[in-house]
Design a protein around this ligand. Structure first.
Ligand code: CDP
Length: 244
């Protein structure tokens, strides 16, 4: 595969399991430091969404890979990530969330998504990207890498607080199943990069986590650009539906 990796000099990678605090802290950091922001789970969710709508079975690998070809590889300007077709709520429905880790295990899917993220990052330098494999695989030379984590119980409580209708035990079960799928897949499993700063957010407030992350970024020379330079563009889901 040709190397499509753009410069990682201004990339901040934020990896970790579900509800570890990636989205909230990444958005805060993006705002504090004037960075573009990308949720790298989105393209995986788009593929799961389209696969479900086309009644594809997860075993139909060729059909799923050609779906990636049509949707992701053809999106030269990475605009599929901003398409109106993929409302944040629709991408976060339970059947989609259950299917995503299965889709994300397919090596061809990961290759297409990685190239799409590289295209996006080339168009949006100075960025923060959250996901599962950004510091290990997508941008192994990222200037700053964080790995956020928290105990499964704390993460399940966070999800229940976000959506009070959800049952704690069911959410805990979903979280553990997703962790297992993401951590044990053959390609680009969820694991901290050797040079990532690990933060256990279980007993920390959002402000404390953001403070640690901002301090580290500033130490590495990442600062808010001078006034008058380009404002950050963000591709995120609304706060009510996000990873906490
Ligand atoms: O926000 P939340 O943690 O619920 O999930 P997400 O970031 O939208 O990611 C959904 C799923 O996509 C994850 O559970 C992974 O299976 C997959 N994913 C991945 O494999 N690699 C990434 N860089 C991002 C997401």
């Amino acid at each position: 595969m040709p190397d499509t990796t753009p410069s990682a000099d201004w990339v901040i990678a934020v990896d970790g399991p579900v509800a570890a605090g990636k989205t909230t802290t990444s958005l805060a950091l993006a705002s504090a430091l004037g960075l573009n922001y990308l949720e790298s789970g989105k393209p995986y969710r788009i593929i799961a969404f389209e696969a479900l709508h086309r009644n594809l079975h997860i075993d139909e690998l060729h059909a799923i890979e050609s779906l990636c070809e049509d949707l992701l590889a053809a999106s030269d300007d990475a605009s599929v990530l901003a398409s109106d077709r993929y409302a944040p709520q629709a991408l976060r429905l339970r059947p989609i969330t259950a299917l995503v880790p299965l889709v994300a295990r397919i090596p061809g899917v990961r290759q297409h998504v990685t190239r799409l993220i590289h295209r996006w990052a080339a168009l949006h330098p100075r960025c923060i990207i959250e996901g599962r494999d950004i510091g290990t695989t997508v941008f192994p030379a990222a200037r700053v890498k964080f790995y956020l984590t928290a105990t499964p119980g704390v993460r399940a409580e966070r999800r229940v607080r976000q959506e009070p209708g959800l049952a704690y035990q069911a959410i805990l079960h979903d979280i553990m199943r997703r962790d297992y799928a993401d951590m044990t897949r053959a390609v680009a499993p969820l694991t901290p990069a050797d040079d990532a700063t690990e933060i256990d957010t279980s007993d920390l407030t959002i402000e404390q986590v953001v403070h640690r992350m901002t301090t580290m970024c500033r130490k590495r020379g990442i600062e808010q650009p001078a006034a008058g330079t380009e404002a950050p563009r963000q591709l995120a889901t609304p706060p009510s539906t996000q990873d906490t």
